[in-house]
Design a protein around this ligand. Structure first.
Ligand SMILES: Cc1cc2nc3c(=O)[nH]c(=O)nc-3n(C[C@H](O)[C@H](O)[C@H](O)COP(=O)(O)OP(=O)(O)OC[C@H]3O[C@@H](n4cnc5c(N)ncnc54)[C@H](O)[C@@H]3O)c2cc1C
Length: 397
């Protein structure tokens, strides 16, 4: 008989297990994977963008269903989480856009430090929970357990090879909870535009471009980060950052396209100044843009860019400038949930107490992390939320 059982050894479940040790000494953590924190080890390209340190209002604005998080933030916020990590030896650094990474740039080292905090927790790794009955009898692939308090931290449905297969949703539905429709968040964008189909830019990446999403002619989202052209469309952080807006627009059958500003830090004057009159325009452009992109540009322009800049009219230079600032690309879909970094939708928030994460339907059942209908933008928001929900639940349980 356990006091507390936590299903799911991701960031939310681990943090909950660590915190619940303050009050309980018979705790079990069950995870389908033989290694805990499997998805976490992949985060931030193995560096883990572990946290976002934006001020409260800006942080909450970046979260879907942010009102639910207000009481969490009044108890333990992202700055408290930063201090907590440092207090247990996870030294951190803040990069641009308030993104926080471990100084080690190593998600595996952070995972091991977190796992070392588990002192009174029996870990059952490599076991999948199949059934939950009778407040609470738990059947796994290998064992049967009983506990007084149960925490579900089974994650979403994306990257299922990391263990988050979506089985938690089914367990919770059987217990009477409502699951709002699931959809991919932070996923590559699919485009059937002729440029993409031509594959001329496949594999080409751009640093710090600005991407805008237009829905029925109105700009609904903007994001600045790196972009990668692929054989099917767009990937890289910039495309992941706006994919949710693309999804929302397409799902409402609205005309959807994106524009890309390839030269966000250059205005018209600087653009003209940088073009040497006695060189070919195409050669001048190579100081801003990759060669393969410059070669492709000619397909879109009515004047010859291999001529000397002095032979090209000011009007045509302005046309080129505007083209690079507002490059338009039709978009048609986003990649499905298994390719997404995060799952949108999940357990309905009105069925969970925001102060404790306890189910309003079943006493002593708690639900935390990505399995809940809460997610944030790219930039460390999701891990911050998962750790905070685990911290609060672990202290309130
Ligand atoms: C490639 C990638 C990179 C990412 N990078 C970042 C980043 O840098 N910053 C950021 O903020 N977010 C990032 N994310 C998102 C972030 O990793 C997730 O939001 C976060 O891991 C969710 O935490 P969780 O604890 O809710 O669930 P998970 O981390 O998914 O953990 C859930 C655990 O539950 C276990 N489980 C599920 N069902 C069962 C069952 N029936 N029985 C037993 N165990 C079960 C699974 O094995 C899994 O280990 C990234 C995601 C991906 C895929």
């Amino acid at each position: 008989m356990y006091d507390v059982i936590i299903i799911g050894g991701g960031p939310a479940g681990i943090m909950c297990a660590i915190q619940s040790q303050k009050k309980y000494k018979k705790i079990a953590l069950i995870d389908s994977n033989t290694q805990l924190l499997k998805k976490f080890r992949l985060t931030g390209n193995g560096r883990s963008n572990i946290l976002n340190l934006s001020e409260k209002d800006n942080f909450l604005k970046a979260m879907h269903n942010h009102k639910f998080l207000i009481s969490s933030f009044n108890t333990f916020n992202n700055f408290d989480l930063f201090n907590y990590f440092e207090s247990i030896g996870i030294k951190l650094k803040v990069e641009n856009h308030y993104r926080v990474y471990p100084k080690s740039d190593n998600a595996n080292l952070v995972a091991d430090l977190l796992i070392n905090q588990l002192k009174f927790v029996d870990v059952y790794a490599g076991e999948t929970v199949l059934k939950i009955e009778n407040n609470f009898d738990i059947t796994t692939t290998n064992n049967k357990f009983h506990c007084k308090k149960l925490v579900i931290a089974t994650g979403g449905k994306s990257f299922p090879n990391t263990g988050s297969t979506g089985s938690g949703y089914a367990l919770l539905e059987k217990l009477g909870h409502t699951i709002t429709p699931l959809y991919p968040v932070e996923t590559p964008i699919v485009s059937n535009d002729t440029l993409i189909q031509s594959k001329k830019l496949q594999g080409l990446s751009f640093n710090d471009i600005i991407i805008n999403v237009y829905s029925n002619g109105k700009c609904v989202d903007t994001y600045c980060h790196d972009l990668l052209f692929t054989h099917f469309g767009l990937s890289g952080p910039a495309s992941l950052g706006v994919s949710e807006s693309v999804h929302l627009s397409l799902s409402k059958n609205k005309a959807t396209h994106i524009t890309i500003d390839f030269i966000p830090n250059i205005n018209l004057n600087a653009f003209i100044t940088n073009l040497s009159l006695n060189s070919k325009l195409s050669s001048c452009l190579l100081s801003f843009l990759p060669k393969r992109f410059v070669e492709t540009l000619q397909d879109y322009l009515t004047f010859d860019i291999t001529k000397n800049t002095s032979e090209i009219s000011k009007k045509n230079i302005e046309t080129l400038f505007n083209f690079l600032k507002h490059f338009k690309l039709a978009v048609h879909d986003i990649k499905p949930i298994q390719y997404a970094f995060v799952t949108g939708g999940g357990v309905k928030i009105s069925e969970i107490d925001p102060k404790t994460y306890e189910s309003k339907k079943i006493a002593n059942l708690y639900i935390i992390g990505e399995v809940v209908d809460i997610h944030g933008k790219i930039g460390g928001y999701n891990l911050t939320y998962c750790f905070i929900s685990g911290y609060i639940c672990g202290n309130k349980i």
